[in-house]
Design a binder for this molecule. Structure first.
Ligand code: PKZ
Length: 184
């Protein structure tokens, strides 16, 4: 992965263990918000990512590139692929039970991805220090050990719940997310 210093964990960053109250290995993660472009089942042109955590600390997901996701004829749009990486990375840091948002997302596009392809995504954390989480993901064509088509590195920033209350609609998410204390 080609990455900048901004997404490289500094010395002293710690890779967290699975949260003791997090989902057990093998749990399907479902959607955090029905209208989410990445995972929402109520978002018709969304990515409809289906994710599972194999170990409580990383995420594996499948994304099938659809007709609505094209950039050039019958090939996936790069921004859509970046969105898939953002989503799976967001799901992985969410396992640590704190709200984070994407601060920076870097993407390497390695292979073209035709419509109809199922990308097998995997995301993991390379370290956390303070409010900064350093994460990585890859997308492989057709199988978990298929050829790598996309790689991403990201810096996520921990925010309080007030972030969502101030800038968005916390109550809409809170009705679906039972795990969070919703008072900002
Ligand atoms: C209610 C439900 C909740 C839970 C829900 C669960 C969801 C579970 C599934 C998730 C799946 C979704 C996955 C998609 C996730 C998105 O797509 S999130 C949406 C896209 N991102 C955004 O909208 C973020 C917009 N940006 C911001 O709000 C603000 O810039 C931020 C990121 C909160 C930072 O602002 P701030 O809190 O004022 O912090 P600030 O002091 O500026 O920065 C803190 C530190 O981070 C560094 N930093 C901040 N931004 C950057 C940057 N871009 N580059 C480099 N360094 C940076 C600063 O330099 C600073 O470093 P230090 O000085 O401490 O060393």
């Amino acid at each position: 992965m080609t990455r900048s210093p901004l997404t490289t964990p500094p010395p002293g960053a710690v890779v967290p263990a699975a949260h003791p109250e997090g989902p057990p290995p093998g749990t399907a993660l479902g959607s955090h918000y029905g209208r989410c472009f990445g995972c929402g089942t109520d978002q018709p042109t969304g990515l409809h990512l289906k994710a599972v955590t194999p170990d409580g600390a990383t995420v594996e997901a499948e994304f099938t590139v659809g007709e609505a996701h094209q950039g050039s004829p019958m090939l996936a749009h790069g921004g859509v692929l970046a969105a898939a990486m953002d989503e799976v990375i967001g799901m992985s840091v969410y396992l640590f039970r704190k709200p984070y948002v994407t601060g920076r997302l870097e993407t390497d596009y390695v292979l073209p991805v035709p419509v109809g392809t199922t990308l097998h995504l995997r995301a993991w954390c390379n370290g956390i220090t303070g409010r900064q989480a350093y994460l990585e993901a890859e997308g492989r064509i057709g199988a978990p050990d298929g050829p790598v088509a996309v790689r991403a590195a990201a810096l996520f920033i921990e925010v309080g719940m007030g972030h969502f209350a101030k800038h968005g609609d916390l109550s809409a998410i809170a009705t679906e997310l039972q795990d969070y204390e919703v008072n900002p």
